[in-house]
Write a protein of this length. Structure first.
Length: 455
């Protein structure tokens, strides 16, 4: 088998299903084929191979790729060709992976269903009447539909884990600071992380091994030693202490989802792990805290899109103020505008203390809850989402019902801890259910070990 065969296979599958799934915004076919031919021609003379040698991968469209259009699924960036690579993109190139295309998403990563894409929604490959989740819905759907074996997503409040759960694949949000965000178009900088979406836990560890590590181009990047994640996949969970938060299996969690999680606990128990119920009492404030902080940070981050420096410029403006206003009004979608307004309001003088500062304080309480549980337990376990995928259009009329979607994934971003979603069964309507395993800061190895033991 050659690299060209692998790349052929990817584009063949894309040709078969992409009309229905719509997981990509831009394909990189010419460059990918060229690169495959080059790798094939070098095989004989090589004595060392990149960790991802010849592996086809999809990249979420908010991660910049030099010369390859990067839109964040927004009309305002419809014509944006970056002049540099994100650190993760560079690392993929160094590992000799092949970028197949840029994956669809909710505009600027704001959303939980992909219905906020400025171009077209991605569909769930298990049943195209359902959403694939979001915002990395294109990445998760592309992997689930067999278009690519791997993809990168980003997770600010659940955007890797929730679509992974809805599409029946494996998605990891790493510890805040483990993976460089240089070249990730910022949504909420104190929460954003890039992570892998794959079919298996082992595949996931390969991608994390490639992209993790300190980067002087990202001032929040942590200078920690990167362990060998693959050697953590021992299958051994004997003596492991698991905490199950009462809040994560209580009210609002659908019966079939809870049952699937309980079954996993039985399996892990049979392998020698122990579990107990614990409380994360401040979790109930997580959604409110998150939307205040995320919108505030977004309102500042998105001020760079002014029609001058990046992307599309309105051509019906008579002066500079009109140019800014019209470019932004025409370029941004409804949800993005909603967040900018919420954030600008929360940050304005007179409201700052009441909203932003207060939310920061609650964030600390939420983080303290996690620290306390991790004093006694190795991992926290629960569902990724209270329900399986919902129908397209079901939640589009009420932004609040969409916001509470992320109830069980947001607390980990606020606390900065890693979380993985792995498939753990099927719902009554035949859709995948996701199990979430949460670890201590920088303890992705234990998260992978548990996920792999169950898988
Ligand atoms: N759904 C959440 C939001 O809309 C999370 C998005 C994300 O993690 N990027 O903000």
């Amino acid at each position: 088998i050659t690299v060209t065969d692998l790349v052929d296979e990817s584009y063949k599958r894309i040709g078969e299903v992409e009309d229905k799934v719509k997981a990509f915004i831009t394909l990189n076919e010419e460059a990918a084929r060229e690169q495959a031919a080059k790798l094939d021609s070098e095989i004989g003379a090589k004595d060392q191979f990149g960790l991802l040698f010849g592996m086809p991968i999809g990249v979420k469209d908010n991660i910049v790729t030099k010369g390859l259009r990067t839109t964040c699924a927004s009309k305002i960036l419809a014509n944006f060709d970056p002049v540099y690579d994100a650190t993760v993109t560079e690392k993929l190139h160094n590992a000799e992976a092949i970028i197949i295309g840029k994956c669809n998403m909710d505009e600027f990563a704001m959303g939980s269903s992909n219905e906020n894409s400025g171009f077209y929604p991605t569909k769930n490959p298990w049943n195209v009447d359902y959403v694939p989740g979001g915002s990395s819905g294109g990445s998760a759907a592309a992997v689930a539909a067999g278009e690519v074996p791997f993809a990168l997503g980003s997770d600010t409040g659940g955007s890797i884990r929730q679509p992974a759960a809805f599409c029946g694949v494996v998605g990891l949000k790493p510890t805040y600071g483990l993976v460089s965000r240089f070249g990730l178009v910022a949504y909420a900088s104190s929460l954003d992380q890039i992570g892998p979406i794959t079919r298996s836990v082992e595949d996931n560890a390969y991608i994390l091994q490639t992209i993790a590590g300190h980067d002087r181009m990202d001032s929040t990047s942590a200078n920690v030693e990167i362990p060998d994640y693959l050697s953590a996949l021992t299958g051994d969970v004997k003596g492991l202490k698991i905490a199950v938060p009462t809040e994560y299996i209580g009210e609002g969690v659908r019966a079939d989802v809870k049952e699937a999680v309980m079954n996993v606990l039985k399996v892990l128990e049979a392998q020698g792990a122990v579990w107990e119920e614990v409380s994360l009492p401040h979790s109930k404030y997580a959604v409110a805290t998150y939307y205040l902080l995320a919108s505030s940070e977004a309102s500042a981050n998105l001020s760079r899109f002014d029609g001058v420096r990046y992307g599309v410029r309105s051509d019906n403006a008579k002066n500079i103020i009109e140019l800014y206003k019209n470019s932004r009004s025409e370029g941004f979608g409804e949800e993005v505008k909603r967040r900018i307004m919420l954030g600008t309001f929360a940050l304005s003088a007179g409201y700052y203390d009441a909203y932003y500062k207060k939310a920061q304080r609650v964030r600390t309480l939420i983080k303290n809850d996690f620290d306390k549980v991790f004093e006694k337990y190795d991992v926290i376990l629960g569902p990724t989402n209270p329900t399986p995928a919902f129908k397209i259009g079901e939640k589009t009329n009420d932004p609040l019902t969409m916001y509470v979607e992320d109830l069980l994934t947001i607390p980990m971003n606020l606390a900065g801890v890693p979380g993985i979603s792995v498939p753990c069964g099927f719902s009554s309507e035949g859709l995948p259910i996701g199990l979430q395993i949460i670890g201590k800061h920088f303890d992705e190895s234990t998260v992978y070990r548990v996920a792999h033991a169950y898988e």
